[in-house]
Design a binder for this molecule. Structure first.
Ligand SMILES: Cc1ncc(COP(=O)(O)O)c(C=O)c1O
Length: 401
């Protein structure tokens, strides 16, 4: 990689180009066989029966929540609370509010930065209906403990896997623990379609609701109806007095993707092994070569029963460090190494407006909000890039004696 060492990277191989050309040659740009193949394969790779591709990870979360609402028959959604971690990309808790529900934050674990199961039960009230564990930075949450609490309190679980494609916990893929899961395939994510998202589930009725919701709430979501192919006729189409293709059952959205995204996604999936191996090797290199700075910097921690997919490489400045996060990140940025803050949430201006000054009630999240950042460990970085990162961090720390 030349120039800036960025936090994200989109690798487009000849396979994606071939599939995109195939889609273009078919003259079919809206949803069709590329999308269906992509979502089927994506779901299978996460141990789920059904996948529904949509236009963003945020849409996937929103639709997932609306499907859960419909399935569970919530009449007054505003009375219901959903538990979300106090460190996540803002889209997770925004989606809860878009669905008319109330997010209730749970502090995170100081080593994994994921929702801390030991803090979960304190937040459960008679209004709680579900939990959204978010596998941040590619690190799977403590799913045994979370699922045990969910089952005991009769709560649904929807996993936010936007940052953790193909990661697994005790041999089980993320996205296969709860009723439904949401992924993002936005450009810096492990598998990308440019912009996009995927909803996965094992529940046929949830898949059907999700498919209907992303397409204006249509009654029939079979491939023939959605494809609007005049040469094929869905046997159910004329079953009612209104053509089922144009009969709307729900207050739906227009969250679909087209064949070009499907084609890119399909190609990306064929490259997944290369992408994953390179990311993990890059993260391992950084961890191995940054051992000497651990007095002041906390590096990622992954217990041996998780398979971390390293969407990025998170670092948190320890409290005893004689420098601030900004001192270090400015130093790195000046050396062309891109850094980003580690998903600050409760100190966002909009959240302060909505929820007040609640950050201090979440001490671990507060520490991360002010001391956490990440650098890239993606498949576009080679050993020279990683060495530049290591040398820069070493050099910065050495300057403090
Ligand atoms: C944890 C998490 N959830 C949800 C999203 C939203 O995905 P999108 O940007 O595709 O809407 C992201 C995006 O980065 C994310 O990191």
């Amino acid at each position: 990689m030349t120039g800036k060492i960025g936090v994200g990277y989109a690798y487009v191989s000849d396979i994606e180009k071939e599939y995109v050309n195939e889609a273009l040659n078919e003259s079919r740009l809206s949803q069709g066989k590329m999308v269906y193949q992509f979502e089927k394969k994506f779901a299978e790779l996460h141990m789920q029966k059904y996948g529904v591709a949509c236009n963003s990870g945020t849409s996937a979360l929103h639709v997932g929540l609306e499907a859960l609402k419909e399935k569970n028959g919530y009449c007054q959604p505003e009375d219901h609370e959903v538990l979300v971690p106090a460190i996540t990309f803002i889209a997770t808790s925004n989606a809860v509010m878009h669905a008319g529900l109330k997010p209730v934050f749970v502090d995170v674990d100081p080593k994994t930065y994921n929702m801390d199961p030991s803090k979960l039960e304190d937040k459960i009230t008679e209004k709680t209906i579900g939990i959204i564990p978010v596998h941040v930075f590619g690190q799977p949450c403590e799913m045994d403990a979370i699922m045990e609490i969910a089952v005991r309190h009769k709560l649904w679980v929807m996993e936010d896997c936007a940052e953790a494609h193909f990661a697994s916990y005790k041999g089980k893929k993320v996205g296969s623990f709860g009723e439904i899961a949401a992924f993002s395939t936005y450009v810096a994510h492990t598998i990308t379609t440019g912009v996009g998202g995927v909803i996965t589930t094992n529940d046929r009725s949830m898949m059907e609701i999700a498919r209907s919701l992303i397409a204006h709430g249509r009654a029939c979501t079979c491939e023939v109806c959605l494809a609007s192919d005049p040469r094929k006729v869905c046997p159910l189409r004329m079953e009612t007095e209104m053509d089922k293709r144009f009969m709307m059952l729900r207050l739906g959205y227009s969250y679909r993707v087209g064949e070009l995204e499907g084609a890119i996604g399909l190609g990306q999936l064929e490259n997944r092994q290369y992408i994953m191996e390179k990311r993990k090797a890059n993260a391992a290199y950084l961890t191995e070569h940054l051992q000497g700075v651990q007095d002041y910097l906390q590096l990622p921690y992954a217990p041996d029963y998780v398979d971390h997919s390293y969407m990025m490489y998170p670092i948190v400045i320890k409290n005893n460090a004689p420098f601030t996060r900004e001192d270090l990140t400015h130093y790195l940025e000046e050396r062309n190494i891109e850094t980003r803050p580690m998903l600050p949430l409760l100190n966002q201006p909009i959240y302060k407006k909505l929820f007040g000054e609640i950050e201090r009630e979440y001490p671990v999240a507060e520490w991360i909000d002010h001391n956490g950042f990440y650098v890239g460990c993606h498949h576009g970085l080679d050993e020279d890039d990683l060495e530049i990162i290591v040398r820069a961090i070493d050099g910065f720390i050495a300057s403090f004696g």
